[in-house]
Design a protein around this ligand. Structure first.
Ligand SMILES: *[C@@H]1O[C@H](CO)[C@@H](O)[C@H](O)[C@H]1NC(C)=O
Ligand SMILES: *[C@@H]1O[C@H](CO)[C@@H](O)[C@H](O)[C@H]1NC(C)=O
Ligand SMILES: *[C@@H]1O[C@H](CO)[C@@H](O)[C@H](O)[C@H]1NC(C)=O
Length: 306
């Protein structure tokens, strides 16, 4: 009985702490971001518009018909692993890195943050993200969460998306024609800064490559190489056109479990539900979740008392 009451006290204490935080503690640097209205899909549909440097996505067989027992539909498709929204596993540029099927699950259910440089890219299509931009973001929003994916919005989604873009994205649409090629990217210095911090397990962009490939600084993909040397993966051609908060959300990163693959298509979903109970989750569990756990525990104990 004594033990039960002690547990009840603990759970009530948890509720009090969370309620106190809800009223706004002075220690937080920025106010809590508003929750997402629901899950947000950051994936482009995989269809023949999803081009790639090698083999674009192609449906080679589409057998759909009414038969003796009713409707049956099956397809066979052929595609490069780099078509559309895709993951580059660390093995892509690191012989000893994880392949797609080897990336640990706790690195696929992660906290996420968003750095928006679309205004910088609009002003300069060759914008290069440096370590200073990352440091400025951290000053404003607090440190990058542990076990997280850093999303960088270069603003290409607003120009019709990275859909159809080649590795050198000269993104043009009828709505906003561009005269200069859009070829921004991540600098090697920014990548090294991230690996030094050691908290980011993946970097996601609305570009077909992390580096500004096609420019001298992107030659040999130094930024992607620096990240993959530390087993950090890349998510490319993401659809970042939907508004996301700078922090306080999670990602589900789900590539098919293709054995031995360096690159593969990937489904990426943003949500304000907390990530897996990994090392990140202990720090990142949302207040509402803690509240629910506390409440359930209380109810259970009260029931046992009676
Ligand atoms: C490809 O893009 C065009 C133009 O945006 C669109 O009309 C079409 O539905 C897309 N899908 C396929 C499968 O072609
Ligand atoms: C297969 O054909 C059906 C009927 O034309 C169509 O609705 C469907 O989108 C096709 N699937 C693919 C993958 O092309
Ligand atoms: C655009 O950014 C690149 C990379 O930082 C820089 O080298 C270049 O000078 C900039 N161009 C202009 C016009 O500011």
């Amino acid at each position: 009985m004594l033990v039960k009451w002690a547990l009840l006290g603990l759970s009530l204490g948890l509720l009090r702490v969370e309620a106190g935080r809800g009223r706004g503690s002075p220690s937080t640097t920025t106010p809590a971001p508003p929750p997402l209205p629901g899950p947000v899909d950051l994936t482009l549909a995989l269809d023949r518009n999803a081009s790639s440097p090698e083999q674009p996505f192609t449906v080679t067989k589409n057998a759909s018909a009414w038969g003796e027992f009713g409707w049956t539909s099956t397809q066979t498709s052929c595609s490069s692993g780099q078509a559309g929204t895709h993951m580059q596993a660390p093995y892509h540029l690191n012989e000893h890195g994880w392949k797609v099927d080897e990336v640990p699950l706790e690195r696929l259910l992660v906290a996420a943050v968003l750095l928006d440089v679309s205004a910088e890219v609009a002003a300069n299509g060759s914008f290069l993200l440096t370590a200073d931009h990352l440091i400025a973001w951290e000053k404003k929003h607090g440190g990058l969460p542990d076990n997280s994916v850093l999303l960088i919005n270069f603003g290409t989604s607003a120009h019709g998306g990275a859909r159809g873009a080649s590795r050198n994205p000269s993104v043009t649409t009828t709505a906003t024609p561009r005269t200069t090629p859009l070829n921004p990217g991540l600098s090697q210095g920014a990548a090294v800064h991230l690996t030094t911090l050691g908290r980011v397990v993946g970097v996601g962009v609305d570009l077909p490559a992390l580096d500004a490939v096609g420019t001298p600084r992107g030659r040999g993909e130094p930024a992607a190489r620096a990240l993959m040397a530390e087993n950090v993966y890349a998510l490319l051609n993401l659809d970042l056109s939907r508004e996301l908060p700078a922090k306080g959300f999670s990602l589900l990163v789900l590539p098919p479990k293709v054995r031995g693959a360096a690159v593969a298509p990937v489904r990426v979903v943003a949500t304000t539900r907390s990530p897996s109970p990994s090392r990140a989750a202990a720090a990142a569990v949302l207040p509402s979740t803690k509240m629910a756990i506390g409440t359930v525990l209380c109810l259970y104990l009260v029931q046992r008392q009676s």
